[in-house]
Design a protein around this ligand. Structure first.
Ligand code: WAQ
Ligand code: MG
Length: 261
């Protein structure tokens, strides 16, 4: 049977002008939809951008396009939640986890510096996992990972099994982390939200899975970021092409559960 066609639907919203005009990034979103579901998909993203804790946007763009390539299906990273008392403890744990991925201290230090410098951008920063230098040339834009999704019914079964809140935020973050860390050139990822009321972040890698850390910043802080530690002996352009263009569905089967420490 021929697979149904899917569309990539994307949204970005900003305040005080568009992103190009130097406006403040408010919200972004990406999902996959069948043709009959496009109205619903567009409305979901519209709602996301209109009701955001970073503010009311005065610019929004929503677009959809047909995906012509076959969609790859991959299983979600294993999840672990690490409870911490303070942002300092959370950050210390994130260092420890990144070191476990083979990343050196001075590289992590540089990553944290990048985090502060580029905390307002709408995409991710790519850094060389050995030198800590930023390697994408996307400046204020960063690289936006796109063309990925997880069917809600499947995600909800997964959330119930792992006793994780079945929130779209968790789904979106795990979808992104799974896609990014599936690529052989990704060594690890560090992320926390730019939403002032959301303080849980994570470190993810193939080996460690998706390691949530319940506090990586203080409430009210609007600084957030995503950093991918990349081993760039591989071609950077094809890596970025994978992040932006390779369509991926996350699919979960209870039978394939493995455990991480
Ligand atoms: N591609 C690349 N970078 C992105 C993308 C994307 N599709 N989406 C967001 N970012 C970057 C961008 O710089 C944002 O400012 C930053 O990440 C944070 O995005 O409880 O909510 O959507 O398990 O605010 C993680 C923990 C929550 C969830 C992360 O990020 C959990 C979050 P946000
Ligand atoms: Mg955000």
């Amino acid at each position: 049977m021929k697979e149904e066609k899917y569309y990539s639907v994307r949204m970005r919203a900003a305040k005080n002008g568009s992103h190009e005009q130097g406006g403040k990034h408010i919200s972004g979103g990406e999902l996959l939809s069948t043709y009959c579901n496009i109205t619903h998909a567009v409305n979901t993203l519209l709602e996301k951008g209109l009701t955001h804790s970073r503010g009311c946007p005065d610019f929004m763009q929503i677009q959809f396009e047909l995906i012509d390539e076959p969609i790859r299906r991959i299983k979600p990273l294993e999840i672990k939640t690490n409870k911490v008392e303070s942002a300092e403890m959370g950050q210390a744990l994130s260092w420890k986890l990144l070191e476990k991925c083979g990343i050196e201290k001075q590289v992590i230090e540089k990553a944290y510096k990048h985090m502060t410098e580029y905390s307002g951008i709408r995409g991710a920063i790519l850094i060389n996992s050995r030198s800590g230098e930023r390697i994408d040339q996307r400046n204020e834009q960063g690289v936006r990972v796109s063309r990925m999704d997880w069917l809600n019914t499947d995600f909800e079964k997964w959330a119930k099994y792992y006793e994780v809140p079945a929130h779209s935020r968790v789904k979106e973050a795990l979808v992104l982390a799974t896609k990014v860390n599936e690529h052989p050139a990704t060594v690890a990822e560090l992320c926390w939200s730019d939403d002032p009321e959301y303080i849980t972040g994570y470190v993810a890698s193939k080996k460690l899975g998706y390691q949530r850390i319940t506090k990586l910043k203080e409430y009210g802080d609007e600084r957030g970021c995503r950093i991918f530690f990349v081993d760039c002996s591989n071609d950077l352009n094809s890596y970025i092409h994978y992040l932006e263009k390779q369509p991926i569905f996350i699919q979960w089967k209870k039978e394939s559960v493995t455990t991480i420490q």
